[in-house]
Structure formats: structure tokens, C-alpha cells
Design a protein around this ligand. Structure first.
Ligand code: EPU
Length: 333
């Protein structure tokens, strides 16, 4: 266990916000997690820092899980169960699976953050969500510091949602087990221009090729946090009642949408924000990304408060124009 006092969090959050943590504990294994919890029952987990906005210095100690390791637990001809430690970098984990020819996570290539944080918001991209490949996870139940195994059915996964998000600070995920496919995989290539890009390369549908085109698409639209601070999609795509959508469609006949069920329709927040002429909008060091307006960016030296103020401004403009409340996807600290 490593303990850092009064440490800058700039390199611990992808927005690159410079706040100081009074205490940051690096847990290298499960024993460290248990010890940290015993010493500081009120600690908060800081994982890859790719889905948080620091608006103030954290008041409680932070726990950063660094344990890595990928283990094949079971395999037969068709499937493989792979367990990854919480501290594994998500993107490295995808690269590992793809290199082994294991299918299921290729659409989730190049998402920032760690394996342990991935179930919390049920990360998703290009028609695949974590829940599609999640088998179970191991977690410490904070109240009694006992390790438990949670199966998929117990996770209440939804769009960018899970039991870990709903019951905040209840569990600390220490590893995740995935159920992946070794052959006969039903690849999901319907989203965006995945198929067009595969065809342009003359590539078959394989985990490697799909991961490669997903990386190309992401790199063309989403800013690299190492160059421009950001936290991916700042807002969730709003799900609205069908009646409200039909009304909107009268004024905006080309409004894009996805069917969610009989009663609900999902509309892209990026479209709503762009329609408010906010694409590329900038105030001082903060802005709405030109390539994908769902992403708010730190041009350098921004405070969390300034980014939050911009988020509120964007929310207000969209609400005034469309009567839709966009929920923040990023956790405000
Ligand atoms: N759009 C615009 N203007 C733009 C960009 C997009 O109007 O400048 C509209 C278009 O109609 C487009 C639609 O928005 O078809 C969807 O855009 P995109 O495919 O870029 O995806 P998104 O809905 O904006 C979601 C996820 C992303 C994920 C992509 C791809 C959420 C909140 N975000 O974005 O996830 O990578 O789909 O699957 O669901 C993240 O969560 O951090 C994230 C990046």
C-alpha cells in the first residue's frame, strides 16, 4: 500500500483538473483495500478518473486500485471466461482480448478508464454495452468488509446505469469476469460507419479489425485526453416520452432518434446541443468540442467550477429550446 499526502490529482483525472487530495491510498491488492477501508471507512474510490469532474478538493481519503492481472478461468471450444483485476486499464484489456481472438469487447476499444469502473456506468459504444459480456464481479461490501460475488442478474444494468451507480459507495469492485466468444460470434457492425470502414479496408469481421475501425472512428471524433482534457460524453442521451418526441418532430422533422420501447424514444444529445449552435462554443479555457458536442473540454488550466458552469449553460439552452432536461453522465465531485 502506498499513501500519498497532499497530492495533485491533475494526472488522476482525464479532465486534467488540478485539485489536491489530502490523502490518496494506492491499493496494490485486496488486503490493501481491506486495510484502507478499516483505516478510512469513509474513503472514496478514484479509478481511472475518466468520468469525474473535480469541482473542489476531495474532503475524504481517496482509494486508487492498481492491481492488474488477467486470468482465463474457463474455456471450451466456443466460449472463454476471462477475469481481469479492477486496476487493469480498460483499453489494454480490450487489446489483450482482441490479440487472443476473443470476441465481445472489440466495439468497446479505446474507452478510457479501468476495468473496475466499467460496470459502474455500464460503459457502452457502437451498439455494445458492458452488460453484454459481463458474467460476474468480485466486490468488497463496504459495510462489513466481506468479499462477495455479484452475478450479472444482480447488477441492475441499464443505459449508463447499474446497482453500483445507484448504491453509490456500497461496493468496491476488485475484479470483473467476462464471458467472451472464441468462434461463431455475432459481431455488431450496424452502428455508424463500422461496416463502411471495414469494407474500405477490405477487412473481414474479426475482433482485431472491428477494434481497429472503432479506434479510427473514436480518434476522428473524440479528443485524446492526453492532449485535450475531457471526460467523454458529458451528458447522457435523453430518453423522452414518445408523445413529446412526436410534438418535437413537427418542428424538427429531421431529428435523429432511436426506439427504446413502445412509450419512449432516445434522442442524441449531440444533435440537441448542435441545434443550439453550441458546437465549438468556448469561454476562456472551457468549451464544447467541435468534433462531438457531447464532450466538454478543458483547453488548459480550467477549473472544475468553470466546466460545471458551462455544463449548466448547455443544459439550460437545450431545455429552453427543446423542453428536454439532459442528465449529466459525468460524476461531479
Ligand atoms: N450528432 C450530431 N452532431 C454531432 C455528432 C453527433 O447531431 O456533431 C448526432 C447524430 O445524429 C449522430 C448521433 O448524434 O448520429 C450519435 O452520435 P455518436 O454516434 O457520435 O454517438 P453519441 O450518441 O453522441 C454515444 C455514447 C458514446 C459512444 C457513442 C458511440 C452516450 C452518452 N454516449 O454518443 O460514449 O462512444 O455513442 O456508440 O451514450 C461516453 O459515454 O463517454 C461515450 C463517448
Amino acid at each position: 500500500m502506498k499513501i500519498h499526502e497532499n497530492i495533485s490529482l491533475k494526472s488522476y483525472n482525464t479532465f486534467g483538473i488540478d485539485q489536491k487530495a489530502p490523502l490518496l491510498i494506492e491499493a496494490e491488492n485486496e488486503a490493501d483495500v481491506l486495510e484502507a477501508l478499516r483505516l478510512y471507512p469513509n474513503l472514496k474510490v478514484l479509478a481511472g478518473g475518466s468520468n469525474i469532474l473535480l469541482t473542489q478538493a476531495p474532503e475524504v481519503p481517496l482509494l486508487h486500485l492498481t492491481q492488474k492481472g488477467i486470468t482465463v478461468l474457463y474455456e471450451d471450444q466456443e466460449t472463454v471466461w476471462v477475469r481481469a483485476a479492477a486496476g487493469e486499464c480498460w483499453s489494454d484489456f480490450v487489446d489483450y482480448c482482441v490479440a487472443q481472438g476473443y470476441a465481445g469487447v472489440e466495439n468497446l476499444a479505446l474507452i478510457y478508464g479501468t476495468v473496475g469502473a466499467a460496470p459502474v456506468q455500464n460503459i457502452g459504444a457502437y451498439g455494445v454495452e458492458l452488460k453484454d459480456v459481463f458474467k460476474s464481479c468480485e466486490a468488497i461490501y463496504r459495510e462489513n468488509r466481506i468479499k462477495i460475488n455479484i452475478e450479472r442478474a444482480g447488477c441492475a444494468f441499464g443505459y449508463r446505469d447499474s446497482i453500483f451507480k445507484q448504491r453509490k459507495d456500497t461496493y468496491i469492485i476488485t475484479s470483473v469476469t467476462f464471458c467472451l466468444t472464441k468462434q461463431n460470434h455475432q459481431f455488431k457492425t450496424h452502428y455508424g460507419d463500422i461496416r463502411a470502414r471495414l469494407a474500405a479496408h477490405g477487412w473481414e469481421e474479426t475482433p482485431q479489425h472491428i477494434a481497429q475501425v472503432v479506434k479510427e472512428i473514436r480518434q476522428s471524433k473524440l479528443p485524446n485526453p492526453n492532449k485535450l482534457g475531457n471526460s467523454g460524453s458529458f451528458f447522457k442521451n435523453p430518453v423522452i416520452p414518445r408523445s413529446q418526441f412526436l410534438e418535437l418532430q413537427k418542428s424538427y422533422p429531421h431529428i435523429p432518434h432511436y426506439e427504446v420501447g413502445e412509450e419512449q424514444v432516445k434522442v442524441p444529445a449531440a444533435y440537441l446541443i448542435e441545434s443550439c449552435d453550441l458546437k465549438g462554443y468556448r469561454i476562456d479555457a472551457v468549451g464544447v468540442h467541435q468534433g462531438q458536442p457531447l464532450v466538454l473540454v478543458n483547453y488548459g488550466g480550467a477549473t472544475g467550477a468553470a466546466i460545471l458552469a458551462l455544463a449548466h449553460y448547455v443544459q439550460k439552452q437545450v431545455a429552453q429550446r427543446f423542453g428536454i432536461t439532459m442528465e449529466m453522465e459525468v460524476n461531479i465531485w
